[in-house]
Design a protein around this ligand. Structure first.
Ligand SMILES: [Zn+2]
Length: 220
């Protein structure tokens, strides 16, 4: 019965590669043979983000990775989270080991979560925590709906857009704990810096961050 349902689903929604979007033979894979063998280079390196000791992102926010993240966020491709987490775990293990006690995420607003049916950064953080064998904890909540950062032009507008949009959630659970905060994409870093400030003010230990991809100009 399950095989029949899967067959019907594959017929209605043919499985496609999460990177190049070519049709796949089997729905059990997320990547086609070519993308699986020839992954985009882990090239994002280190990021400099205010309030964070260190940050990593395996990829630049360009090309297939960018298209794939847009499908992940806006077209319900939650299954991608696991593969992103696998890619992120490589630089996390190499660069951030010992620098965090717990993993958390930049939350989206309840309104957006309701519209999408999931919080993409929460999915990422939980998948990453599983990948590296760490605890995962909600540390922030979004209390104000904001315009998409991609619609804002200029650093000042982006900072103003996220000001007072987040609050600490149950800070009693992370006093003096070092946190690895997960976001999907780092562009100017305005959002994650605001979150970092709130976590430090609420009593967290030092912070590091990780994203799937970062804008190239943010490279340091
Ligand atoms: Zn592919």
């Amino acid at each position: 019965m399950r095989a029949l349902i899967q067959w019907l689903l594959d017929l209605l929604y043919p499985p496609k590669c999460m990177l190049c979007h070519r049709l796949l033979d089997e729905s059990t894979h997320l990547l086609c043979g070519r993308c699986g063998h020839d992954l985009p280079k882990h090239e994002g390196g280190l990021r400099s983000v205010k309030y964070f000791v260190k940050g990593i992102a395996p990829f630049y926010y360009e090309g297939h990775i960018r298209d794939s993240i847009l499908r992940f966020k806006f077209y319900g491709m939650q299954a991608y989270a696991q593969q992103y987490a696998r890619w992120m775990s490589v630089p996390v293990e190499a660069e951030l080991k010992g620098m965090y006690d717990v993993i958390s995420w930049v939350p989206c607003s309840p309104r957006r979560r309701w519209a999408r049916g999931f919080d993409q950064c929460e999915l990422l953080a939980k998948a990453l925590a599983k990948e590296v064998g760490s605890d995962c904890l909600a540390t922030l909540k979004k209390v104000r709906h904001t315009e998409k950062q991609s619609r804002m032009s200029g650093d000042a507008a982006r900072r103003a857009n996220v000001l007072d949009a987040y609050q600490a959630y149950r800070p009693d659970r992370y006093q003096r704990k070092k946190i690895l905060l997960v976001d999907d994409v780092l562009t100017t870093g305005a959002t994650i810096s605001e979150c970092g400030k709130i976590l430090r003010l609420a009593g967290s230990g030092e912070l590091v961050c990780a994203a799937i991809a970062a804008a190239r100009h943010n490279n340091k």
